[in-house]
Design a binder for this molecule. Structure first.
Ligand code: IPE
Ligand code: IPE
Ligand code: MG
Length: 244
């Protein structure tokens, strides 16, 4: 059992929650439906998660929507996923903007269909001045690829004489990542019972608290997010030090 930090004192909610939204295919299979039906219901769960994050006062929400390994899936499923992403970006932008949500994207978006790249740019630009929830969508995202791209950028700067290799610090490295300026996730939630990171935010999750839920992503509700946040608030984060 974890003990509250002090009597009557509730730990603050996590500043940044990252979610691996997994289990759409199994949700569909359990109902003898095509996988796309699971992804469609998954998109509805995204709406609940975003609303819940706003209500809970979470500053940053990062959602893993498409991994750099998801290209291994059949072309028809990739097309279905891109189609849903297109719809989501077209249909939700106005509402998100009205709700003061700032949208950002991480991952190598240059490999996505051109029209989706345009939607990504427009969502980023339209909401760039918003001051409410920061919603970060990981698209064609892979942690190792992100770290590699950062290393390449720093190596180039060193070759151009802009930086001394010995001056590359944790902070300078982090500035080269897609998440530059975004605090590290405090809490990572993965649905569907799988207990792995699947190449998600490898650098940034060094000290994240991990919560694994058996719930399949299409069944994810606001209550699941609230319960995961409560579990987080009961944990003793030591960051390598001794307890207070
Ligand atoms: C998550 O659900 C959605 C994406 C990875 C895009 P899955 O499609 O991985 O569902 P399962 O894991 O097959 O149940
Ligand atoms: C991780 O889920 C990627 C996303 C949720 C977008 P996967 O379903 O692709 O992960 P694995 O293959 O089970 O590790
Ligand atoms: Mg999966």
């Amino acid at each position: 059992m974890s003990v509250p930090q002090s009597i009557g004192d509730t730990a603050p909610p996590p500043a940044h929650v990252a979610i691996i939204m997994d289990g759409n295919g199994r949700w569909a299979k359990a109902r003898s439906l095509p996988r796309i039906a699971g992804h469609q219901r998954g998109a509805r769960a995204v709406r609940s998660a975003v609303e819940a994050a706003r209500e809970l006062g979470i500053g940053y929400l990062t959602l893993y929507a498409f991994s750099s390994e998801n290209w291994k899936r059949p072309e028809t499923e990739i097309n279905d996923l891109m189609g849903l992403l297109r719809l989501y970006l077209q249909r939700e932008l106005a509402d998100l903007h009205r709700s003061n949500v700032r949208m950002r994207f991480i991952g190598d978006t240059s490999l996505l269909p051109k029209d989706i790249q345009k939607l990504v740019e427009s969502a980023t630009a339209t909401t760039s001045g918003n001051t409410g929830l920061n919603l970060i969508v990981a698209l064609n995202y892979g942690g190792r690829n992100e770290i590699l791209r950062a290393a390449q950028a720093l190596a180039q700067k060193a070759r151009d004489g802009e930086i001394e290799p010995a001056d590359i610090s944790v902070e300078k490295f982090a500035e080269q990542l897609d998440t530059a300026g975004i605090p590290d996730p405090d809490l990572m939630i993965r649905t569907s019972g799988e207990k792995r990171l699947s190449n998600f935010l490898l650098w940034q999750m060094a000290y994240a608290e991990l919560v694994f839920l058996d719930t399949l992503w299409p069944d994810f509700t606001k209550d699941h997010l609230a319960a995961a946040v409560a579990e987080f608030q009961g944990r003793d984060r030591r960051f390598g030090a001794t307890s207070a």
